[in-house]
Design a binder for this molecule. Structure first.
Ligand SMILES: [Zn+2]
Length: 84
């Protein structure tokens, strides 16, 4: 792919760097049927490097705390990531 420069010439465009999904944080916001909570919020974290799943956790406050910290907590204890 090329782009047109200001002088009218073309410049080769560098392809995007390869991106890999290393983890997936899934949050289910639950379901509220006119004030009656029929499904609690829940969250889970899947690491594609070590294959571990953290959670699921249930309940609004647990989901908030889990989603705020898991993206830093899991990499610190992930067995597939080198810490050195
Ligand atoms: Zn991991």
């Amino acid at each position: 792919m090329t782009t047109t420069g200001t002088a009218g010439g073309t410049t080769p465009r560098r392809p995007a760097a390869r991106q890999v999904v290393v983890s997936i944080l899934t949050i289910d916001c639950g379901f509220d049927d006119n004030g009656r909570q029929t499904r609690q919020p829940r969250a889970k974290y899947d690491c594609n490097l070590c294959g571990q799943r953290e959670g699921p956790v249930d309940g609004a406050s647990a989901v908030i705390a889990f989603s705020a910290s898991i993206r830093t907590d899991h990499p610190a204890r992930c067995t597939a990531r080198s810490s050195a």
